[in-house]
Design a binder for this molecule. Structure first.
Ligand SMILES: CC(C)(COP(=O)(O)OP(=O)(O)OC[C@H]1O[C@@H](n2cnc3c(N)ncnc32)[C@H](O)[C@@H]1OP(=O)(O)O)[C@@H](O)C(=O)NCCC(=O)NCCS
Length: 216
């Protein structure tokens, strides 16, 4: 059994739950089922695992009534009033992280297989400065994947606040031994150029996990 990842990456106000989506115990609620009607089995498993994990984590914050977590047209989860959260999954692992909105303004989490970022994606994912830094490293592929994962986590964290799609060059990542800073290079509702979102990452048992949270 894998050791949980995100309780080591997020602060004490955040509740996390993780599961292998192929072995999830639980089911979707009415209203959630429609979101994956007709989808492939793996997608249904991952979606179900995300909802089940979210409900378990929410129950630790006092949400004991089974509450559907619907999906917006933008695909972002709609959390119960008074709560924030984030979901991520791969074929082999799924995680949800939630908190009270009085304690945490927004959360972003991401899981990726710990495989090198394909060279064909470097230009799309990385700014010129990031590519120059990667080129000096012994293992640029895996570092590139961590950078990609950090950007996905930052995207999910900023989205509920800005409701704005951001391309990969909108933030620039600086990494340092398990932590990262995402520096905004573009102005977007509530974030100015130079604003920083701080997060943490780890690489373990074939997965990259990244997470960030914004405090009130
Ligand atoms: C939305 C996105 C971040 C999802 O990441 P992914 O690695 O493909 O998939 P993950 O399993 O990690 O995450 C999927 C979950 O993200 C959540 N999600 C989807 N859209 C979201 C949004 N706009 N805001 C917050 N969370 C969102 C959902 O919970 C989804 O799972 P569900 O459909 O089962 O509920 C990604 O597909 C995307 O569009 N990225 C492009 C933008 C970007 O990353 N920019 C970086 C610069 S900031």
């Amino acid at each position: 059994m894998r050791r949980p990842l995100f309780n080591r990456l997020l602060g004490p106000s955040v509740e996390t739950e993780e599961v292998d989506p192929r072995a999830v115990q639980g089911r979707l609620l009415k209203g959630e089922e429609e979101a994956v009607a007709g989808a492939a089995q793996t997608r249904i498993e991952q979606f179900t695992a995300g909802r089940v994990c979210s409900r378990i984590a929410l129950s630790r914050l006092g949400v004991t009534k089974a509450t559907p977590i619907l999906r917006g047209e933008d695909r972002a989860p709609i959390w119960p009033p008074g709560f924030v959260g984030s979901i991520s999954h791969t074929d082999a692992w799924c995680a949800a992280a939630v908190a009270r909105s009085t304690d945490v303004r927004s959360i972003g989490i991401d899981l990726e297989p710990a495989t090198p970022l394909k060279q064909s994606l470097w230009r799309r994912v990385c700014t010129q400065r990031e590519r120059e830094r990667l080129a000096t490293l012994a293992d640029p592929g895996l570092t590139g994947k961590i950078l990609f994962s950090a950007k996905e986590a930052v995207y999910k964290c900023q989205y509920p606040l800005t409701t704005t799609f951001l391309g990969f060059h909108a933030v620039e990542i600086e990494m340092d031994d398990g932590s990262f800073e995402a520096v905004f290079r573009q102005e977007v509702n509530g974030f100015r150029i130079g604003d920083v979102v701080r997060g943490r990452y780890l690489v373990e048992e074939g997965l990259v996990a990244s997470a960030c949270e914004l405090l009130p």
